[in-house]
Design a protein. Structure first.
Length: 89
């Protein structure tokens, strides 16, 4: 019963491997929502290095691929004074 309750809350994806998280659209959405909930104290304007952002993801998913963070940062990164930094949200 606890497992199904965790699915309903979306917490079933916390601390799971990337293959599990990436297995279904629901799991991917739940992971994104849980990431936001866990790190809600970080200000949206705070800038993090790509390595720091990946480290935060890795605390929730041990084998989260660095390549996804790197590629996403290339897509979303605006030209800034400090290259290699991304805004948290």
């Amino acid at each position: 019963a606890d497992y199904f309750a965790s699915i309903e809350r979306g917490t079933n994806v916390l601390y799971r491997n990337f293959r599990y998280i990436n297995a279904t659209p629901r799991n991917r959405k739940s992971f994104i929502l849980q990431f936001g909930n866990v790190y809600k104290h970080i200000q949206p304007t705070e800038e993090l290095s790509i390595d720091s952002f990946h480290h935060l993801l890795s605390l929730l998913c041990r084998d989260f691929p660095y390549s996804l963070v790197r590629n996403a940062s290339r897509i979303t990164m605006e030209v800034k004074e400090i290259p290699g930094k991304v805004q948290f949200r």
